[in-house]
Design a protein. Structure first.
Length: 186
């Protein structure tokens, strides 16, 4: 089976009542599209993995000595972290959640794929990837940039609200005040 790699241009996630699943559509830069059915179980796994990818581990040893947090190295690390967060926030503010999804793309498969497992893979010296392993053996891989993580968590919240799935997301971000919308989700 050949492997096609290209960047993601648009993402669309919508609920299909008849299937009781979410349909993830990835519009790619080469004007093709990958469609993947996402079950309730896989959706919950994707949510947990994305929030794990979003969080950064905290060194608890830094709290053993009260003044250790104020050391020069920790100040520099904290300032670098704030600068990274500010840059990520600027990119996120420029993301377009209102434009219509371009539907006239060439489908890479006749039928949507069915995700049966999701994992995050991190190879040494490379960006982490969210992998959706599908029933037919194909794997859909998405590089986990901060923009993609933000976009995916936002559209998962909206789509599961539309589906009326009570997934009881375990992260406080799931409590964000997002107004219900009948608009296309992407």
């Amino acid at each position: 089976m050949t492997q096609h790699q290209t960047g993601i241009e648009q993402i669309n996630l919508g609920y299909n009542f008849d299937e009781d699943r979410l349909l993830l559509k990835l519009g790619l830069l080469d004007k093709t599209e990958i469609s993947v059915w996402i079950s309730r179980k896989i959706c919950k796994s994707v949510w947990a993995l994305l929030h794990g990818a979003q969080s950064t581990p905290v060194d608890s040893s830094a709290y053993t000595e009260p003044n250790k947090l104020l050391m020069a190295g920790n100040k520099a690390e904290a300032l670098a972290g704030f600068a990274r967060e500010a840059a990520e926030q600027k990119v996120i503010e420029n993301m377009d959640f209102k434009a219509d999804y371009v539907a006239d793309r060439e489908a890479r498969t006749e039928e949507p794929l069915l995700a049966i497992q999701c994992v995050i893979v991190t190879a040494e010296n490379s960006q982490s990837q969210l992998e959706l392993h599908c029933k037919n053996g194909q794997v859909v891989k998405m590089a986990l940039s901060s923009e993609l993580v933000h976009a995916m968590t936002s559209i998962v919240q909206l789509a599961t609200r539309e589906a009326a799935w009570d997934l009881l997301f375990s992260n406080d971000a799931s409590q964000a005040n997002i107004p219900p919308s009948s608009a296309v989700l992407h």
